[in-house]
Design a protein around this ligand. Structure first.
Ligand code: IPE
Ligand code: IPE
Ligand code: MG
Length: 254
């Protein structure tokens, strides 16, 4: 990831995305195909992350947001949840220092209160260690839900109204958006989901309003640099109109 330059300030069909978000799905199926338990898939999945951060940086991506654990994933079997929590903890402990050296700033989005105090501490420490990183942003969405995100923004605004700090009329799309996670980062240009599923599974509902979606059958533990390149190449072909009409489009032919 890079800090970004002027050539990246106007994302469009000719530009690489500034912000990529990924629903990292398919660990269970990757493992099942090898006759292994889901835990093996989750371990292999974590291993992909380091290379992907590097690949994004090389391609001028300023922010990478990874969906690691949804608010619904607590419904998984307790043993699997336990393993995912322990992988998350060891990932933070192992990788934060490396990120600091590489200038990557890490943040975790989602509810934190359902994590163990030990994991909550590891999150705070990793964010603290990487705070000065100016070479790119890595966002890990854990115990995250898009509906929770909208609700917490609404609650924050309601508290401001109750405290007499703002009027109900001041609650606009802009005001709500400013209270959502990722508000300070460039908009999510490209949203990738691996493993063939074509749904959002309560990921960034608000922030994906004008994201380009890219679905691939590749399972997350197999998603490498060439898979990322295929996604970016598809993105660059897209005609992003944002509700308008681009020159050379239908209007030009009429
Ligand atoms: C994604 O892989 C990882 C998490 C949801 C934590 P899955 O575990 O959902 O993999 P599949 O969908 O069962 O293959
Ligand atoms: C979405 O994947 C959550 C993450 C990748 C972290 P799931 O595997 O939980 O989603 P569903 O159940 O297929 O919708
Ligand atoms: Mg899945």
């Amino acid at each position: 990831m890079s800090a970004g330059g002027t050539e990246l300030s106007a994302p469009g069909p000719r530009h690489n995305p500034r912000h990529v978000a990924i629903i990292m799905d398919g660990n269970g199926r990757w493992a099942a195909r090898r006759g292994l338990p889901p835990s093996a898939g989750h371990k292999a999945g974590v291993e992909r992350i380091r290379d992907l951060i590097e690949a994004c940086r090389d391609r001028g991506v300023e922010a990478l947001t990874l969906f690691a654990f949804s608010s619904e994933n607590w419904q998984r079997p307790p043993k699997e949840v336990e393993l995912l929590m322990s992988l998350f903890h060891s990932y933070l402990r192992k990788e934060a220092q490396r990120m600091r050296e590489e200038g990557v700033r890490l943040r975790v989005i989602g509810r934190r209160d359902r994590f163990s105090p030990r994991l909550q501490r590891a999150i705070v420490e990793a964010e603290e260690i990487t705070r000065e990183g100016a070479g790119g942003n890595l966002v890990i969405a854990a115990d995250y839900g898009g509906q929770w995100d909208i609700a917490q923004a609404a609650r924050a605004l309601a508290e401001e109204v109750a405290a007499g700090l703002r009027s109900p009329e001041s609650i606009t799309e802009q005001a709500l958006g400013d209270h959502m996670q990722l508000a300070d980062l460039p908009p999510v240009d490209l949203l990738i989901r691996t493993s063939g599923e074509q749904r959002i599974s309560n990921f960034i509902l608000w922030q994906a309003a004008y994201s380009e979606f890219y679905f691939t059958d590749t399972l997350w533990p197999d998603f490498g640099e060439s898979a990322l390149d295929a996604a970016i190449a598809a993105y660059r072909q897209r005609d992003r109109r944002f509700g308008g009409r681009n020159e050379g489009g239908i209007a030009a032919q009429a």
